[in-house]
Design a protein around this ligand. Structure first.
Ligand SMILES: Cc1ncc(COP(=O)(O)O)c(C=O)c1O
Length: 397
């Protein structure tokens, strides 16, 4: 493999990625390459990462930066156990297990199956789930995105194999809110099928957790499908504004993961100060409010109102949007045009990324806008106006 040639090819195909200098002010603003801009690509959806109460609590009484050890060696700080108890309560599951990142939590799917299992995976699942499938050595069946009929077809097609060897485990895995399409999995329908075909349902709700549902337990709660979900995977570096990942499920699943999950065992524990930050943020997601137009709103309600406002403004200006949530993908198509779009937005003081292959399919490049609870109305109006100017310049609208 010639790295220089491959890199040249990436540039020619408009698929080259480069690092920018980004200093976050809060979830709505940043200084990028020395310029203050509106930030539209943070996953800190509720703005908790810059919350003073969270920061103060995280760094109070710090005696070490990290436990510098695996959980099973000397890394099991009581703050992690406390956090796991609170996360299990949050998810209404028996137990939870914290991982150093959400990516590593997703990879743990590989530990829950073996080479005799079958995994049914949504075609748009996140790279971390795809990697887990590959690592697992299980048979992989990919179903059409959020398509219940396609999932049923796959379940039916393999029922000959599974009835002849009933010990073969069947696992359906999907995201809750899809990270690059901004839509919600039809968990009620998918859950029903899982019951019918005796399959385990695993949901990675990294982008819906702490936001949706009346107790902010995420997409499954919002869809009234919690009873159908066996294992929930999530990240604490999105709406919780912290860092790390976790899995919630039955006592047996968590005990099993402690004993078998390589991304839990063979790596250092999440530093306790991040666990403290997450504990405080978990309290705040229950009562966190923000002032708007003289009224006080829950952070989640403000986020959803912001998302609705920006979605309506962009759609009415003629943009082709995907999904229905706070993740607002503006479909562009061509990779070169998407890059140009992002670069022109930056010139107008808006920082957002062009999402291209292999994160999404070739020819379906998009600007992935994520609004947060901290964006104010003026900023969002300005964003819609600037998108309109750039969209017209590039003949997109
Ligand atoms: C669906 C999904 N799962 C897992 C992850 C990984 O989470 P983390 O950033 O905590 O590693 C992401 C990150 O973007 C994601 O979108």
């Amino acid at each position: 493999m010639n790295y220089a040639d491959e890199l040249k090819q990436l540039i020619e195909q408009n698929l080259y990625r480069r690092l920018r200098d980004v200093r976050i002010i809060d979830s709505s603003r940043a200084i990028v390459d020395g310029r203050e801009v509106i930030l539209l690509c943070s996953n800190d959806y509720l703005g908790l990462s810059s919350n003073k109460e969270v920061i103060d609590y995280a760094i109070s009484d710090v005696s070490s930066i990290s436990q510098c050890s695996s959980r099973l060696v000397a890394g099991n700080d009581p703050m992690l156990v406390e956090l796991e108890n609170r996360l299990a309560e949050h998810k209404a599951k028996d137990r939870a297990l914290v991982y150093p990142t959400g990516y590593m939590a997703s990879l743990a799917i590989a530990a829950l199956v073996d080479e005799h299992s079958i995994i049914y995976s949504d075609e748009l699942n996140h790279a971390s789930i795809i990697d887990a499938c590959r690592l697992s050595r299980a048979r992989i069946k990919v179903f059409k995105h959020n398509d219940v009929a396609s999932l049923e077809e796959e379940l039916l097609a393999s029922s000959i194999i599974t009835t002849s060897s009933p010990s073969r485990k069947k696992v359906v895995v999907t995201e809750g809110v899809f990270s690059m399409d901004g839509d919600m999995a039809r968990l009620d329908e998918i859950g029903r099928l899982c019951r019918e075909y005796d399959a385990m349902l695993i949901v990675d709700d990294a982008h819906g957790d702490f936001i949706y549902g009346s107790n902010h337990r995420g997409t499954a709660e919002y869809m009234n499908a919690e009873h159908c979900v066996d294992v929930i995977i999530s990240s604490m570096s999105k709406a919780l504004g912290c860092f790390g990942g976790y899995i919630a499920g039955s006592k047996e699943v968590v005990e099993y993961l402690i004993n078998r999950s390589r991304t839990f065992i063979y790596t250092s524990a999440l530093p306790a100060l991040f666990a403290k930050a997450a504990l405080k943020a978990l309290e705040i997601i229950k009562y966190g409010i923000i002032k708007h137009d003289g009224k006080t709103l829950h952070l989640q309600d403000r986020l959803i109102a912001n998302a609705r406002m920006l979605r309506e403004a962009l759609a009415s200006r003629g943009f082709n949007l995907k999904g229905s949530t706070h993740i607002i993908p503006v479909l562009i198509g061509d990779e070169k045009v998407a890059l140009e779009f992002a670069s022109m937005l930056f010139k107008h003081g808006i920082f957002v990324q062009a999402i291209r292959y292999p994160t999404v399919a070739r020819g379906s490049a998009r600007i992935r806008v994520s609004v947060t609870a901290l964006h104010d109305d003026d900023a969002l109006k300005h964003v819609a106006d600037v998108f309109s100017i750039v969209g017209k310049d590039l003949n997109l609208i």
